[in-house]
Design a binder for this molecule. Structure first.
Ligand code: GRG
Length: 296
């Protein structure tokens, strides 16, 4: 099976699992369930669920145990996108190629859909009958996801981001923002996979964590590069560069070519963290490369 087919199969099983976990659109309260399904189903690259499956496979976990944690991280991610798109935050009209949740529904429903998704993520970790049954392990996984999503993780990263508006950040401050805002959930994804194995070796989990830290930052740098290229394409070179200077990004701070080089170097560092893993880590290797080469 090629990397693309492998990833397509993971996407499909996660999509089906999300469809089962999110209540049907016509069930009470229907409008909220519609909003949740609208935002969570049929879109997105599903990078975090793929990382759960890839991390789990690298540690020998049964794939059936991975769909629950994969859905849980994707729900946290989608909730963050819905809230990030609100007028109080980024005020975006489009997400995943369609109107944002608050545009398709309304602001109140978008807030509630995000809230309910966050709750559902933890409901899955607490109740999924297919996940690893060991209660201590499940508690550890729950704590891991809660910390990654919370004030010292993703939500904290968003607060750092909001505080940075209109200020000039140096590279260390920019990295600190990304480590929290996107890096924490990416790290948690790989580890939730690894923790789903029967008896995961702590040393190997540590290697997975080093892999995920580098991949998380590379993901963000690639995101900044894609933004910069998009801005330059749509606004023209001078305006694109102007706009980039107003928001803290890697290309704005160190330039496009140095950003590309940094993303490549981070992926190499990620790959070297797991170099003694066998072919069971090939999906992890594939997704690391995909993250720096992706075009959306
Ligand atoms: C509102 C608590 C709260 C947090 C928001 C992650 C985040 C924090 C906001 C997302 C805004 C954003 C554009 C961040 C840059 C990187 C990123 C997370 C992009 C979107 O993730 P992808 O590319 O999206 O994985 P898809 O749609 O493919 O899932």
């Amino acid at each position: 099976m090629s990397g693309e087919q492998d990833v397509a199969a993971v996407r499909e099983r996660v999509e089906e699992a999300l469809d089962r976990w999110i209540p049907p659109a016509r069930t009470h309260p229907a409008r909220l369930h519609e909003a949740m399904r609208y935002s969570a189903l049929g879109g997105g690259k599903r990078v975090r669920p793929i990382l759960v499956h890839a991390g789990g496979r690298a540690m020998g976990a049964n794939p059936g145990r991975l769909d629950g944690p994969a859905c849980a991280v994707e729900l946290i991610h989608v909730y963050s996108l819905i809230h990030d798109d609100l007028p109080a935050m980024d005020d975006d009209d489009l997400r995943r190629g369609k109107p944002t949740c608050h545009k398709a529904f309304d602001e109140a429903m978008a807030i509630l859909a995000g809230d309910a998704m966050q709750a559902l993520a933890f409901q899955i970790l607490a109740t999924d009958p297919d996940m690893i049954p060991n209660p201590e392990r499940r508690l550890r996984m729950t704590e891991l996801l809660a910390r990654a999503a919370g004030s010292r993780g993703m939500a904290g990263g968003q607060a750092i981001d909001l505080a940075a508006v209109g200020r000039v950040l140096d590279i260390a401050q920019l990295e600190d923002m990304h480590v929290h805002k996107t890096g924490a959930l990416i790290r948690a994804s790989v580890l939730l996979g690894g923790l789903s194995a029967d008896a995961p070796d702590e040393g190997r989990l540590e290697q997975l964590d080093r892999f995920a830290k580098s991949v998380g930052l590379a993901f963000q740098i690639r995101d900044d590069i894609l933004d910069e290229e998009g801005d330059t394409e749509t606004l023209g070179k001078a305006q694109g560069a102007d706009r980039a200077l107003n928001k803290p990004t890697y290309p704005a701070l160190i330039g496009l070519e140095a950003s590309r080089e940094e993303a490549r170097a981070l992926v190499e560092r990620a790959l070297s963290a797991i170099e003694d893993f066998g072919p069971e880590a090939d999906l992890l290797r594939w997704i690391a490369r995909y993250i720096v080469e992706r075009m959306n």
